[in-house]
Ligand binder design. Sequence first.
Ligand code: ZN
Length: 213
Amino acid sequence: MIALLRCLPLLAALLLPGCALFEEGASLSNFRTVVVDAGHGGYDNGARGRQGLSEKMLTLDVARRLKPLLEARGYHVVMTRTTDVFIPLGGRTAISNSHSDAAFVSIHFNCSPRRAADGVETYYYDRRSAPFASNILREIATCYGSHSRGVKYARFYVLHHNQRPATLLELGFVSNPKENAKLQDPRVRQLLAERIAAGIARGHGGRAPIMGS
Ligand SMILES: [Zn+2]
């Protein structure tokens, strides 16, 4: 019940209506910038398990770990936040849309009133982003003893208002005590960051493409 109350405002915020604008020319083959979006922040704690860090801190930690891993693969990385601050959803998509060579990855952890719910899933809005969501899911699905819940379509604001290839990752359920215990381990979050980086680079053979040549 407590978990349910914690989940509802979150869903409402993510499902605001709007219009889709996947820009012509934006594609999975030609992005060199990755906009890494740590979900929630500031007064918006996101989901919270019985123990440990809340979602906003878990997402920030994974985002910070992901940045150098992507840079090592040749990507330019832009973070929507690097500290515990609140960034409006429109601010997050504005950052993505201001980079013509970007792809957007939003990092989240899941929450369910059903405590047994577990596993990882990735989301897309524009179907052209589906392979991007799929590439990352293939890498993260079982990386910490987790399982795949699949690649899903959703009208999440940060996907719906994005003009770039965009995916939202749900990296596990903090409402599941067993899964939450794993997610609270920094080594698991490092592993997740490594697998996410591999998934992002999967369509490019492991490294950012060299452009303009
Ligand atoms: Zn979230």
